[in-house]
Design a protein around this ligand. Structure first.
Ligand code: DGL
Length: 258
């Protein structure tokens, strides 16, 4: 699996709970982040390089693109180029949000790249008659989470939730907020405080983990499994600390130079 940085750890957490005996190789492409404010060509090139490395060096049986932005830009190409591989992507959880929303007003926080993508436009177009989706590009937020810059995280969460509109469970209010970037679950507590206790925050860690289980070509039942290899193209310490802090995962981080 890979992400532009530490955000995909939110998906790894759900995957480890769902598939405790599988081994995971996680690449954080921190030296080339953020993806969400870069051209598609950059995200596609990085996704291709990382996937090739995972296939040739780590012999993976399944790829999880733990990044909404990279999924939107590159999943179709990666599937074409690696037909032997099950490839699972991540996209903003609009359908689970629809299933929950009573007011039919749903906020969507995601990167600029995800919201502008043809893949997302098709998804939202297919659901537009069922609810109002208020989409907010959140420039800088993934980067602030990546660097654990708490003051900026709070300022940007306040700015973007304020721009989305009024939250609550009364008619006309937004009662559901989609966290459409894998970094954002790590700002869950700050966001929850801002939108209030009645508003449901939805991410897609668990649905992606269930989908991965369904698509695995083979399921490991060996208790010797469950190992994690963490790899970073950037700051290994920050990946190691985030894995420790958020997943209780204590393992050394390797460097990748591609
Ligand atoms: N975590 C990524 C996502 O889900 C991207 C963050 C970024 O690098 O902009 O879209």
């Amino acid at each position: 699996m890979f992400d532009s940085g530490i955000g995909g750890l939110s998906i790894l957490k759900a995957l480890r709970a769902e598939l405790p005996f599988e081994d995971f190789v996680y690449v954080a492409d921190s030296a080339h982040a953020p993806y969400g404010e870069r051209a598609d060509s950059h995200v596609i090139a990085r996704s291709r390089l990382i996937t090739s490395q995972l296939v040739t060096k780590y012999h993976i049986k399944t790829l999880v693109i733990a990044c909404n932005t990279a999924t939107a830009a590159a999943i179709h190409l990666l599937r074409q180029e690696h037909p032997q591989l099950a490839v699972i992507g991540v996209e903003p959880a609009l359908k689970p949000a629809l299933a929950h929303s009573q007011t039919r007003r749903i906020g969507v926080m995601a990167t600029h790249g995800t919201l502008a993508s043809a893949k997302f436009q098709t998804l939202i177009g297919s659901l537009a008659d069922q609810a109002d989706f208020i989409c907010q590009p959140c420039d800088g937020l993934a980067d602030a989470i990546e660097h654990q810059d708490t003051a900026t995280i709070i300022a940007l969460c306040a700015l973007y939730t304020g721009a989305i509109g009024q939250f609550g469970i009364n008619n006309g209010q937004i009662d559901t907020l989609v966290l459409g970037c894998t970094h954002y679950p790590f700002a869950h507590d700050q966001l929850a405080r801002m939108v209030g206790p009645d508003v449901r925050l939805i991410d897609n860690g668990e649905p992606v983990a269930r989908q991965t289980r369904r698509q695995l070509p083979s399921l490991s039942i060996s208790h010797a499994g469950g190992r994690c290899v963490l790899i970073s193209s950037g700051d290994c310490n920050s990946l190691q600390q985030a894995a420790q802090r958020w997943l209780g995962l204590d393992c050394p981080v390797e460097t990748i130079n591609i």
